[in-house]
Design a protein. Structure first.
Length: 708
């Protein structure tokens, strides 16, 4: 019971939140507060510990703990009696999540996850942390009610010990944000990175390390860069083996496109069925790059199916992109995605159903808990031969069949949708769509990217020109974080390069100005995750390594480096170098953890290939040159487009300065340090010029000396 005599009002508090995750808890008997001044003041007033529960909408075990504990009146009564209970959506508040995940990992021998359960002093210092707790004592471990009772008793009877532990842990968290002197990362470290990946590469099934396996999109992109730089075939082999295994396994939705969050097994067969926007953006980008680097039609198809899935199922009426879909439907994990062979036969008929089941491994015994997750364990040619068909005939039949199976699946109860729109994750998807247009030429991708960018810049921007983090049901709120600025800035630069609208470049320039003014540490050069005027927390967090998404510090650095060449601003390039060199010592020691930072190193070592295309955008000669360039894998490039009918829009863009049509025809200028070769007007000449310029120039210095 609530010992203050008040009626629990958690439902009334959370019902006004915009986060679907928080709204899911609005009916709990727990007296939940959202994070904020009211909750923190209440903890101080009542002299109680805070019970901080952090999760997200698509989290399977978050739902389990809610059903088992937060909906249980007796457990809720314990929580209400002894604690001030705060519920946080980690996707809306990554600042809070980062701090208390670091505490959870420190207190649990390097283990963490969600749901995250952290007990805090009224001053927000953590004293105990864990993840999922069962509702009853099991296997010699306390259940959640026992834990609540023990911690409440400790706060009453041994408060001094808890406060001492809290102080020590706070000091530990503050120490983790300190970084050493800036250190140069050179080509030597890039070359050695391949060996670091090789040590943990799963040569049989692809990926790195044991199960569970998370999709290593940023690492795959780095390996492709290393293959391009060093012609290292092993780097390419590791990338291809991983991409192939993910594309053909059950982690990829063979029916509807798009990737699940991760695979629980070594073979990439059994996913944890939630789908996250950021994974699909990053993986679409990796497959597009791999298609360029190898010419593989499989990689192009997977990338396009993934982007099409997002446009079809994850796009809001306003043009932004939703965050995620759940692992569960009808209370069962994966129910929406699995099949029995007779269900397929009912949809396709006996013969076509048999073909479909054979290729996609849908069997009576099943490959997961008595049902089948569609996957492609055998090559098309082998299956076709066994069925007495040729491969082309089977491929065509399966294309038609997938659409019918997809339409049948639409009639099922779908997983829950988290329909909030996050600026950072939308930036990742805009970038992927823009690259999708550049590489495939499909106009729908450019249209969707431009529409989403316009929505973000119009709706998730405050009156001071600063970004907001999240939007849902007509309300945008919460100050944006470094990743919001960084990911959107990178996307806007890409959108300018592929679409030619200079307004996108100017918007990126403004956002990066905020990054330098609000997020930069003038001493180290690294970027904090929160702005200078952000809510004061126990730690101002910063981190250079990658997580589920690329390091925001590294993405900000890459955006600064790219735009520095468009604007001819060495100061922005220096800021990019310093942001990477701030973590230089750690990059040298643990390169796999800093894959995105090594992207930046690769870009800065020699500088980009500079491409200036002058021509009327929709003219055949302009399109011909554009497509000829897009056929090449050029990871370190900048590209500017100038419409000769509006030269005033080029003002201040050094790469386009002085560039003209040639005898009335579109012209491509291939440059380095703004020194250009003769203009190219015939698409057939592009390959030789771009291929030559994409190779390293041994006369160019590898970068500045390390700072003291």
């Amino acid at each position: 019971m609530n010992t203050t005599g008040e009626v629990p009002s958690g439902a009334n508090r959370l019902i006004h939140e915009t986060s679907p995750y928080l709204l899911q808890h609005a009916h709990n008997p727990v007296d939940w507060y959202p994070w904020g001044g009211d909750a923190l003041a209440r903890a101080r007033e009542l002299d109680r510990l805070i019970l901080l529960s952090i999760g997200y909408s698509a989290c399977h075990w978050c739902h389990v703990m809610e059903r088992e504990s937060f909906e249980d009146p007796s457990i809720a009564a314990l929580m209400n009696e002894h604690f001030v209970n705060i519920k946080v959506d980690r996707e809306e508040r990554p600042d809070i999540d980062e701090i208390y995940m670091a505490a959870t990992v420190a207190l649990n021998q390097g283990q963490g996850g969600w749901p995250m359960t952290v007990f805090l002093t009224p001053e927000c210092e953590p004293v105990f942390a864990g993840t999922y707790f069962p509702p009853t004592d099991r296997f010699g471990r306390p259940g959640f009610p026992s834990l609540l009772t023990m911690i409440a008793r400790a706060w009453k009877d041994d408060r001094a010990s808890l406060r001492n532990q809290a102080q020590l842990l706070r000091q530990h968290l503050q120490a983790t944000t300190r970084i050493g002197p800036r250190t140069l990362v050179s080509e030597v470290e890039l070359r050695g990175t391949v060996e670091h990946y090789a040590r943990v590469f799963d040569a049989q099934f692809g990926g790195f390390g044991p199960a569970p396996k998370f999709p290593p999109a940023t690492s795959v992109s780095l390996l492709l860069r290393l293959y391009h730089r060093f012609n290292d075939e092993h780097a390419l082999e590791m990338a291809r083996r991983t991409l192939d295994a993910m594309a053909l396994g059950g982690m990829y939705d063979q029916i509807g496109g798009g990737f699940a969050r991760y695979a629980t097994d070594r073979k990439w067969l059994v996913p944890h069925f939630e789908k996250m926007l950021y994974d699909n953006a990053l993986l679409a980008g990796a497959y597009l790059e791999a298609h360029q680097a190898t010419g593989s039609s499989l990689y192009r198809r997977i990338a396009c199916e993934t982007l099409d899935y997002v446009l079809r199922e994850m796009t809001s009426p306003e043009g932004g992109f939703f965050s995620s879909t759940d692992a569960d439907s009808e209370g069962q994990e994966g129910k929406f995605f699995v099949w029995r062979p007779e269900e397929i036969v009912d949809i396709l008929g006996e013969e076509r159903g048999r073909w479909f089941n054979t290729f996609y491994d849908i069997t009576q015994e099943g490959n997961w808990e008595g049902v089948s997750i569609p996957n492609c364990p055998r090559p098309m040619e082998d299956v076709a031969r066994d069925l007495g068909l040729n491969a082309r005939e089977l491929d065509s039949a399966l294309d038609a069949a997938r659409e019918l199976v997809y339409q049948a699946r639409v009639t099922r109860v779908p997983p829950g949708l988290d329909d909030k729109i996050l600026t950072a994750w939308n930036g990742l998807m805009i970038n992927a769509l823009a690259e999708g247009y550049r590489i495939t030429g499909l106009q729908s991708y450019l249209n969707a990217a431009c529409r989403a960018a316009a929505f973000l810049l119009d709706t998730l921007m405050d009156e001071h020109g600063c970004l907001l983090r999240t939007y849902r049901n007509g309300k945008a709120h919460l100050a944006a974080y470094l990743e919001d600025y960084a990911y959107l800035s990178e996307a806007l630069i890409t959108l300018y390069e592929v679409g030619g609208d200079v307004r996108h470049l100017r918007a990126a320039e403004r956002l990066l100005g905020v990054v330098l003014a609000q997020f930069a540490d003038p001493d180290s050069g690294a970027f904090y995750h929160t702005a200078k005027d952000h809510e004061r927390l126990i730690v101002r967090y910063r981190e250079g390594s990658d997580g589920a998404t690329p390091s925001a510090n590294a993405v900000a650095a890459l955006a600064l480096a790219r735009i520095s060449y468009h604007l001819d601003r060495e100061d922005l390039r220096d800021a990019a170098r310093q942001a990477i060199e701030a973590y230089g010592q750690m990059i040298v020691q643990h390169p796999r953890a800093f894959a995105k930072s090594l992207h930046v190193v690769d870009f800065l070592l020699d500088g980009p290939v500079e491409l200036a295309l002058v021509g009327v955008p929709d003219s055949p000669d302009t399109k011909g040159l554009y497509r000829a360039v897009a056929a090449h894998y050029l990871p370190n490039r900048i590209q500017a487009q100038g419409d000769p009918r509006a030269p005033e829009s080029w003002a201040g863009l050094q790469l386009l300065a002085g560039k003209t049509l040639v005898d009335g025809h579109a012209a491509l200028y291939v440059c380095r340090n703004f020194a250009c070769e003769r203009p190219i007007v015939h698409p057939t000449e592009v390959s030789a010029a771009v291929g030559r310029r994409s190779q390293r120039d041994p006369g160019i210095a590898a970068g500045p000396a390390a700072a003291d």
